[in-house]
Design a protein around this ligand. Sequence first.
Ligand code: SF4
Length: 412
Amino acid sequence: MLYKKAILGLAKRIFKITSSEGCVPLEFNGPAGLYIHIPFCADNCGFCPYNKIIYDRDLAARYPDAVEMEFQLQKLRSFESLYIGGGTPSLDLELLETVLSRLRESISGEIALELHPADATPGNLDRIKHMGVNFVSVGIQSFEDNTLRSMDRKRQDSEISKKAMREVMNCGFDFVDVDLIFDFQLNREKTLADFQTAMDYAPGQISVYPMMRFTGTSYSGTRHNPRLELEILEALKNKAAESGYTRDTLWTFRKKEATHRYSSVSREFFLGLGTSASSFNGREFRTNTFSLGEYFASLEMGRLPAKRVISMKRLTASLYYSFWSLYGGSLNLAKTDRLFGRYNPGLKTILAFAVLFGYLKKKDNRLVPTDKGFSELHEIEEGLTYEFIDRIWSELREDASRDSQSASSSAR
Ligand code: SF4
């Protein structure tokens, strides 16, 4: 608890969010992943904090050109993976096909797609596979109708969720992840039952995220109960171990024999394209505008659409990198030294205290979180999400809504 407070206090002091206009292309010193955000959804789920707008055929038709323009403004031309998220990127397969046809040649590794269960029909899945998508993450959230209703999921019920899992598992993708959400308010037994149902389909990975109370969502007036959340996580870990799965990252469980990993949130370095997409190159974390109008306008003027930046010096960048590596289950010390400097005393002290207090343990040349360490990381990650991601997203969402109000008043 003290360690968590110290880390959150330090993060607040050293990571500064600034507004950005006229960003230059990001330089990468090594391999990076590509992320593309497609913001269109059929409707709005009350719990959802992501940048999305209700589907509009004309706007969707303009989106691939804008993404391609943003890609052309950046320098990096080859990527070790592509993750596509949203929004609902499986909603408009023509849009998806156009985007992929223009960028596929730049990708050497997996092409991964977030899939809404309602879109997982045999015809759609076949088409998606033919586009070159080989990893999918099915946004199940829950297999239980009351829980889905409490999240305001409108295109989905338990039958659609189960049918989606059968179709996806039959389709022969190289790797399948299932996304679930847990929270003490959504009921511990139901979470465990959801987890069991997911394991019954034998996907390579199951991600179980805590319900975050982002500003402006239907859960924002409620509070976390850290003790109950940790109890649920512990129960999930034990259930996974009995069924051939093992805890892989803070909130994911992977089949013991799995050789792949769906790693949308734990890539080391990545370039993001699209509204609200974030990028990190080891020195700078930046996030694009949430406004689709501003996104189109910036690119038409030949300007990158980044709106918020956290610039990092060597120590801050190494802390950021170390945190996400530990979130991902392991920090390679030799690689950290290579990337951020061999004798970074600030980082070494923080890690040494974490080992001393039993949060981390050394394994070969790596540090890995202990069970106690994962519990601490769970609370630190929630704290950092509210302190940084929720702040950035709220500000950008407000900017976007001001933007669309002024656009509609000048159209009158
Ligand atoms: S949860 Fe997914 S489908 Fe629902 S509004 Fe958010 S992005 Fe769209």
